[in-house]
Write a protein that binds this ligand. Sequence first.
Ligand code: PLP
Length: 466
Amino acid sequence: MALLPLVGSDTVVPLTVPLDGETSVRYANLDYAASAPALAAVAEAVTRALPLYASVHRGAGYLSQVSTALYEQSRTAIGRFVDARADDVVVITRNTTDSLNLLAGCLPDGARVLVLDVEHHANLLPWQRHGADVLGARETVTATLGALASALATRNFSLLALTGASNVTGESLPIADVVRLAHHAGVRVVVDAAQLAPHRAFSLVETGADYVALSGHKLYAPFGAGALIGRRDWLDAGRPYLDGGGAVTNVTVARTTWEPAPQRHEAGSPNVIGAIALGVACTEISGIADELAVHDRDLRGRLVAGLADVPGVEVLRLWSDSDEPVSVVSFTLDGHDAGLVAAFLSAEHGIGVRDGRFCAHPLLAARGLDTGALRASIGLGTTPEDVDRLVRAVRAYVTEGPRAAYTVVNGRWQPVDDQRELPEAVALLHALHADADARSVLATAGVSAGCGPAPSVIQVLAGVAR
Ligand SMILES: Cc1ncc(COP(=O)(O)O)c(C=O)c1O
């Protein structure tokens, strides 16, 4: 039983070859770091909000006012979730990428940014565009903190962009210590909490960090909203993220007067439903923060111990002396292609993991892993059985190899002649779309739209991708 009920936690998926006599199995989702399923409470809140949905901020109608109240209440809940200071601003964005790009656009003129080479691209590329200095992480936390302190002392930086938890290893530097170092040098800190927030409580007040960015879809609220929370001055002075309605106080043909933040950066009709979903997730998750941390540690420990017993498996770590990472575990299988192993885990065991370079190319390259690795990530719905299943399946791969044949299609490993059927919901969606559309998708996929077996997911996706 999950700590909080999730939508779809009993979903059953088909297998390409029977496993213990079964042709389908409950999906073992070990890919929470990519995107997490919705909390049942989030889905219920969205369902309850939809009949009340109307435009926000501008409407005089009753439902506009109700929707505005729900939207603004969500902003407050998001701020509370990260323990924002009273004068911090909560900007509702699309996701962490959006939040960090927004902040990058608000950097004061001439601001220099410092960032480590272990970051997700979302916390690297917006700064790279501004000519950031990229510092190579050292082999220990202690040495990396030392290198950061030296770098901060040598140049006149304005901002340090720091991961709250690596999306590859789950590790982090001690955030409050880094903030102290940075502030000592007069440098602000933005924390990329995309992976931290779903696992551990985070406090702007306690860490002293100046900004934090997060994504709703990784926080059990997959309705397209994220947030940037932090100091008002740069956000008030910075160029509005988008030009458009809702962000302005007055416009003449010659000149526009902009609102302060957050409205300044929320031009256009906002994602009210996404914000409501994110607000609910924040409140629900802060209510179980302690249990969540224990769940996370137990299952990560079980996974790492299980993998350590499989010959040829190496779990990646950035630092030998880091604190307990969050439950994002990347590993390699000596001599085996990560993409093929991931396809095998899905097709023959009903397990979802991630493979590749995890949008952290410099981190993988620095460790000689240009061909990628596998990543298993644990979340609220993960059970000990899921973890054990993954360990058993990885062992079976190493000792017995795959039972089906695999080939590369559009750059990804897939079972040859994949006969897994589409879930009913997908078939229903096909039926819902215009006949012509459905037919053209199926025709591109090279399958008949008439009677007969439903096309497999892979057949349809391959057709769409061409
Ligand atoms: C550490 C980290 N930062 C940023 C991002 C970007 O998040 P999003 O795709 O929601 O913008 C991710 C996504 O995986 C991530 O893991």
